[in-house]
Design a protein around this ligand. Structure first.
Ligand code: FE2
Length: 217
């Protein structure tokens, strides 16, 4: 069975900010499930993409509001505000220019690539952006590399060598995202590429799946 870390570094449980939790009630439910898996902290990484233009200004108060609800409900989960930054021209240069980076644990920044259409990155070279983050004192963490099915097998080595750490999604190996990501996740795991495990929780479908994987259903 999967051994989980003490904290979840990737989830979308802040209500109404992206394609994750939509209501406070749903957010409290999802946070309760994360706590039941043994997580004591959760980094709330709402999307910062072309569709969901979140910044520290939107996630910090949302995190505080959800934390108050969790405290009231007696759910023992400490929330940490952060963001999941998509490396696309419509968003990433603006983030960098405005210094909207909101790292967790001092310097960790979760970045993601387009899931299906790599051309959306345009002129952006992810390895270069990772090198720039490292030279600015950040620790870039690449979200769920197993999910970029367009990427050839050797694509990741460049990003890893540029200084990115890799984050695997809970459920990838068990097939939550299909056979391609399951195979890729296993290969990256065997290659020792992963430093983080996150849930990427968006809604109840995720936690229902985790309940099964973790033997709680
Ligand atoms: Fe995510």
């Amino acid at each position: 069975m999967e051994v989980l870390p003490s904290y979840d570094c990737h989830c979308h449980i802040l209500p109404g900010l992206d394609d994750g939790a939509q209501t406070m009630e749903e957010a409290v439910y999802l946070a309760g499930r994360l706590a039941s898996y043994g997580f004591t902290r959760a980094v709330c990484t709402s999307h910062s993409s072309s569709r969901y233009c979140n910044t520290p200004e939107t996630v910090v108060p949302a995190c505080k509001a959800l934390q108050e609800e969790l405290d009231r409900a007696g759910i023992d989960l400490q929330l940490i505000p952060s963001l999941e930054y998509r490396l696309i021209p419509e968003r990433w240069p603006e983030i960098r220019q405005n210094n909207w980076l909101l790292p967790w644990e001092g310097n960790h920044i979760l970045v993601e690539l387009p899931l299906r259409k790599p051309q959306k990155m345009g002129e952006i070279n992810p390895a270069e952006e990772i090198r720039k983050l490292v030279s600015d004192g950040y620790q870039p963490v690449l979200a769920h590399p197993e999910r970029y099915e367009w990427a050839p097998d050797d694509y990741y080595k460049n990003l890893f060598d540029a200084g990115a750490l890799f984050q695997r999604n809970l459920g990838s190996i068990e097939g939550l995202y299909g056979p391609g990501p399951a195979y890729r996740a296993l290969k990256l795991l065997q290659g020792g590429y992963y430093s983080f495990l996150g849930t990427d929780t968006h809604n109840r479908q995720y936690t229902d799946m985790f309940d099964r994987i973790l033997g709680l259903a």
